[in-house]
Write a protein that binds this ligand. Structure first.
Ligand SMILES: [Zn+2]
Length: 154
């Protein structure tokens, strides 16, 4: 999936199909499903962002119907392994989680958490929320600016 980078007009946001398939498989389709989530892994080339991998929930994450707290050390370990295996090319590039709603959008808690991640990372980060339908919310944050990314018109 190719989108327009919402903060840099000449840049693109590319999400590999394999990543989207895993996200789709972790949607909250049943009324009892807890939120899923993890980190996004990928690479930066010039201003372009390319998401190539992700983590899914580990046992020590805190999950409920309407919240996902990434607590397990497995996410960070996977990011480090990916970084080492790629010779420093693939890195932590963002966060994703599911929402139990059809048309997902960031909650105030999401915005607050993403802002602090952006301030800490000091480089553009990708944020993804999967709703219960095939609809995703995708955005890019940098410093205090987080904006939704929209698909490129063919
Ligand atoms: Zn959320």
């Amino acid at each position: 999936m190719m989108l327009q980078h919402p903060l840099i007009s000449t840049a693109r946001l590319l999400i590999d199909d394999a990543v989207l398939e895993v996200v789709m498989g972790n949607r909250q389709l049943k009324s009892t499903d807890a939120e899923s989530g993890g980190i996004l892994l990928g690479l930066r080339r010039d201003d372009h962002l390319h998401v190539t991998g992700l983590t899914t929930p580990y046992p020590d994450d805190k999950r409920s119907r309407t919240s996902f707290q990434r607590k397990d050390k497995g996410h960070q370990a996977r990011a480090l392994a990916g970084w080492l295996n790629s010779g420093g090319v693939v890195d932590y590039i963002g966060e994703w989680h599911s929402h139990p709603e059809r048309h997902p959008s960031p909650s105030p808690i999401d915005s607050r958490e993403w802002n602090s991640i952006c301030l800490f990372q000091r480089k553009p980060m990708v944020f993804l929320i999967a709703g219960t339908l095939a609809q995703l919310w995708l955005g890019v944050g940098h410093n205090r600016d987080i904006r939704q990314a929209l698909p490129l018109l063919a």
